[in-house]
Design a protein around this ligand. Sequence first.
Ligand code: PMP
Length: 432
Amino acid sequence: MSTHANRPTSEALYEVAQKCIVGGVNSPSRSYKAVGGGAPVYMERGEGAYFYDVDGNRYIDYLAAYGPIITGHGHPHITEAITNASKNGLLYGTPHRLEIDFAHKLQQAIPSLEKVRFTNSGTEAVMTTIRVARAYTGRELVVKFSGCYHGHSDLMLIAAGSGPATLGSPDSAGVTKATAKEVITTPFNDIEAYRQIMQEWGDQVACVLVEPIVGNFGIVEPQPGFLEAINEITHEHGALVIYDEVITAFRFMYGSAQELLNIRPDMTALGKIIGGGLPIGAYGGRQDIMEHVAPLGPAYQAGTMAGNPASMAAGIACLELLEQPGVYEEFDRLGAKLEQGILEAADTHAVTITINRLKGALTVYFTDETVVDYLGAERADSEMFGRFFKLMLEQGVNLAPSKYEAWFLTTAHTEADIDETIAAVNRAFAQL
Ligand code: PMP
């Protein structure tokens, strides 16, 4: 018999998958390596806040595909937009109207995007901002914060956080020593450490990559004054500030974290939510910088699939749903309820946790410390998280299989889903 705890069809599919797909997965974080191994759950169908696996079990889903699925699985407004767009052909290789409509919509929500360009993934978007920053400044060094993941371009696989850290390979094999020497890493939320690095290297630094609110060692907010200091110090040294808003844009408000925090970078990379569930990335920023991009300037970036009609249509439809009144207030209300319920369960069952939450995104760390940087997240108990993750699956709740990831609410989650989740957390904590 198959139950949430016994998933024979998933096990069988994993066996087959390993024979044809490396490691059985198309992205390492989908494997259960970081939570003690075993066959991942094979999902068959998603609908709203729920997933149904190949064994017929239903799960309340908080993975949200690592962020993009903010309006729940298969939202009819988005699927209809994709269907309609696809009726006119899937790909043109020419400019078309939808990409202008979408660029305008993004610019209205994120005014620092004076010019924008679409890519196919967050990785490409970030990778290109660095190239453009180097072209603009004529410098080569890049600064990033330890533990922050910015996609898998070679440069960004240095001290790269959740995926790589979970797999115990913060510096990927295959990235050259020469590349590693082009990247300087420093702790998030530590202004003095950054100031010192810039004092030493500032005249060679092209840009600093910043997740204004970290999403990749859990949800970690910047301490007051941190982002302002980054802007000031970076500009003093003639370098550019790039915000990686692949997770944060449209997650906490209609717009990006830069609107939420009232601060502006020179360039921004986007992805995930803005594609409504289809492949996408985008980057943009100050006009004088973006004019360095081909065909206007010498920095090359291109893409056969970039700006494809289906992704544009899905993105527009997703933003139409998110700009409705009350969406983010409801995320905050349900997020607070979930946080409170988990904290009470921890109290009842004497489990030590810390929760970082902003609106509808939260991370549960098995630690008694306040988590403000990567090292704090790293010290949280991995083994306990692994057991918790599996117990939650058995209770019908799907989380990301890594202690470094966030739980994401969607507009499809209801009060009843939160109650069901809190009951599941209580049962899981009782067995920890
Ligand atoms: N930047 C951040 C902050 C991310 O979280 C991710 C993906 N998790 C990326 C970049 C890379 O995006 P993609 O997976 O679409 O290449």
